[in-house]
Write a protein that binds this ligand. Structure first.
Ligand code: BTN
Length: 278
C-alpha cells in the first residue's frame, strides 16, 4: 500500500522514530480509526507509525463531527507512545498545533494562527484541524493518535455542501492553495516537515524541557487569548467568557461573566468579536 512518493519522503525523513513505518492508502474511511485499530492490535503499533490517505470517506473531526476529506488534502494520523506523565498529555495537543502552524507558515509565508485548542486558521477561516485520541491505563499513556487534516487544494464549496448550516456559520473554511496563489504547495514537503517538527517537540517534552518555552510558543501563535468567547460542547451548557491564558498544563484559563476563573481542557469555542463581524 505504500506508494513511491511517500516512500521517498520516508527515506529522506530526518527523524528517529516518526515515519519509520508509513502506510499510505488511496481511499479509506479514516486514518484515525485505522491508526487506533493498529495501536490496539499489536500488529503495526510501533511508536511513530504514520497512516496516510489520499481520500477519506468517513473522516472524523473533533466533537464527533465529520471531517470532509476529498482528494487534495493531507490526511494523516500518527501513533505516538510518549514517555511522559499523564498530567502532561494536553501538551501533546499543543505541540501538534504548534508544529502544523509553524510549518504551514514557513512553507507558504502565510501567517496562520492557532484557534484554541488546535484549529489552524487564517483570517479566521479554518485551514487545518487536529484530532487527538488517547488510550490510558493505570495512570499511564499507552498511546496517543495525532490526526491531522490540512486542506491543501480542496474545493471548499464542496466541503461546505457537506457541513451542517450551524457548522458552516460557526467556522468558515479555506484551503491552503486558495490563500497562496504564487507558490505551489508540495504536500510531500509539508508532510516531511510536519513529521520532523512533531518529533522535535515530542523529544523536547520527553526531555522535560521547561514547558514554559512550549507554552510561550503556543501563546505567540494563538489567536484566542484576550478575546471574548463562547464555550460550547456536547455536554456543556454554552457560556461566555474571556480567554485569559494558557496554563502550564495546557488548559485554557477563562474568566466567566461572574468573574469566576476556570480552566478547560477540551470543548469548542467561538470567538465573539468575529461572530459580530458576520
Ligand atoms: C477537527 O475537527 O478540527 C479535527 C479534524 C481532524 C481531521 C484528521 S484528517 C486525518 C485524521 N483522520 C480522521 O478521520 N480525522 C483526522
Amino acid at each position: 500500500m505504500m506508494d513511491k512518493d511517500y516512500k521517498n519522503v520516508k527515506l529522506q525523513l530526518e527523524t528517529h522514530f516518526i515515519g519509520k513505518r508509513i502506510y499510505h492508502y488511496k481511499r479509506i474511511p479514516s486514518t484515525q480509526q485505522l491508526a487506533i485499530s493498529f495501536a490496539e492490535t499489536n500488529i503495526s503499533n510501533e511508536n511513530g507509525t504514520v497512516i496516510l490517505a489520499d481520500e477519506q470517506y468517513d473522516g472524523k473531526g473533533r466533537g464527533n463531527k465529520k471531517w470532509i476529506s476529498p482528494k487534495g488534502g493531507l490526511w494523516m494520523s500518527i501513533i505516538i507512545k510518549p514517555k511522559i506523565e499523564l498530567n502532561k498529555i494536553n501538551i501533546l495537543s499543543l505541540i501538534a498545533a504548534i508544529s502544523v502552524c509553524e510549518i504551514i507558515n514557513e512553507i507558504s509565508n502565510l501567517e496562520t494562527r492557532i484557534k484554541w485548542p488546535n484549529d489552524i486558521v487564517i483570517d479566521n477561516k479554518k485551514i487545518a484541524g487536529i484530532l487527538i485520541d488517547s488510550s490510558i491505563s493505570n495512570n499511564n499513556i499507552d498511546y496517543i493518535v495525532i490526526g491531522i487534516g490540512i486542506n491543501i487544494v480542496v474545493d471548499t464549496l464542496k466541503i461546505n455542501l457537506f457541513l451542517s448550516s450551524s457548522d458552516r456559520l460557526s467556522q468558515k473554511v479555506t484551503s491552503l492553495q486558495n490563500e497562496v496563489k504564487e507558490i505551489c504547495i508540495d504536500r510531500y514537503i509539508l508532510l516531511k516537515q510536519i513529521l520532523e517538527r512533531i518529533e522535535y517537540y515530542v523529544f523536547l517534552v520527553q526531555n522535560r524541557t521547561d514547558y514554559t518555552k512550549i507554552i510561550k510558543l503556543y501563546k505567540k501563535l494563538c489567536n484566542t487569548l484576550g478575546k471574548s468567547i463562547y464555550v460550547h460542547g456536547k455536554d456543556i451548557k454554552e457560556f461566555c467568557a474571556i480567554a485569559k491564558d494558557i496554563d502550564l498544563d495546557g488548559g485554557l484559563v477563562l474568566k466567566r461573566e461572574n468573574e469566576i476563573i476556570e480552566k478547560i481542557y477540551c470543548g469548542e469555542i467561538s470567538i465573539r468579536e468575529i461572530e459580530k463581524e458576520k
